[in-house]
Each structure stands twice: as structure tokens, then as C-alpha cells.
Design a protein around this ligand. Sequence first.
Ligand SMILES: [Zn+2]
Length: 203
Amino acid sequence: MDRKNVQDLMKRFGQAPVPATYQGVLARLVKADPLLAGQKIRLVAYQAKFLNAHEADHGVIVISAGAWGKAAKLADDEIAAMLAHELAHLERRDSKRMACESLAYVGNTELTLPSAIRETTRESFSGESDLSLTLTALNQAREKAADARGAQILRMAGYDPRAMTRMLRKLAPPGVFSSTTHPAIDSRIRHVLESIDRSRDSH
Ligand SMILES: [Zn+2]
């Protein structure tokens, strides 16, 4: 997401106030992460019943107000897990990386970045070509990496890293995550658990 995507989202759904708990959890995570400490990371929300979260490449995390609605009921460490996953994307500059990958894979370097992104997004959702398979695999690898790094951030901030798996289960009802960009939840959960075991062994 870029600035414009965030503005569009706010215009379409309307901005929602972010509860103090969320701001507090975010501050705790950012402070504990040496790669992010001291950076200004903003958390904004939009009105929606469903639950969703994104990171934008200018240091903004965007969540839907569905996160604190009746449907979700996230425990504090699950809120932390949702934010830690997005912080991991921010650390890795995943939005920017995706934009550059679009240009790299679309094969026409004359295109502007926004048109290249549009092109590859269409391609990913068509789900038919070799390129769409490549893009899907890249997205899935990115999500798994953000889950694993998110679990490390949780641990650094004194939360249970396994909250990442509980959050994934809650965030995973059909339709919340697109299957082309987000690997099957069981596979993501297995991957996080393996990464948590590995980092425990190495301590
Ligand atoms: Zn993600």
C-alpha cells in the first residue's frame, strides 16, 4: 500500500478512532525491536465490521475497526501478534519490495510503477499463467517470513510468540485473506511453530 491507497481506504470506509490498548501494544512492540526503535510508526483505522490489517510503505499500519468489534475479540497478545506481523512487513520494506518486484516481473520496464503494480495484481488474481504462480509463491513466502519475524518481535517485547498462531486462526475465516496472496492458514501456522522451535533451540 502507498499513501494514496491509504487515503482511498479512509475515504471509502471512513476513519475510525484507534483504541488506546492498540496504541499501547504498538508502542511496546516498536520499543522492543532494535530495527524499529525510535521510528515513527502510525496506526490508523477504518470503519468496517470485518477484520483486516495492512502495512503501508510510509510507516503506517492500517487496521479495520472490525479488530475490536464483537466478531473478533482478540486477546492482548493476539492484538500484539497482528501488529507484529505488520511491523515485520515494515521492517522488510515489503510494500516497496512488492512494487519493485512488479516492475521486475512484468517485463516492460517502460511502465510506471503504478501501472506495473496494476498489471501484476491482475495477473496474480487470474491465477493461470506462470507469472501468476511466481507472484503467488513470492507473496506466500513474504507472508510466512512476516509471521516468523512477527513471532520474534513478540518474544522481544515479552509476549508469547505462539500468540501468532492463535491470531492466524482468528484472522483466517474465509474471505478475510485472499488465497492468492495468503497461503493456507495451516501451512502458515506450521511454519511459525517451526520457526519458534528453531529460535528457542538456538538460545
Ligand atoms: Zn501480511
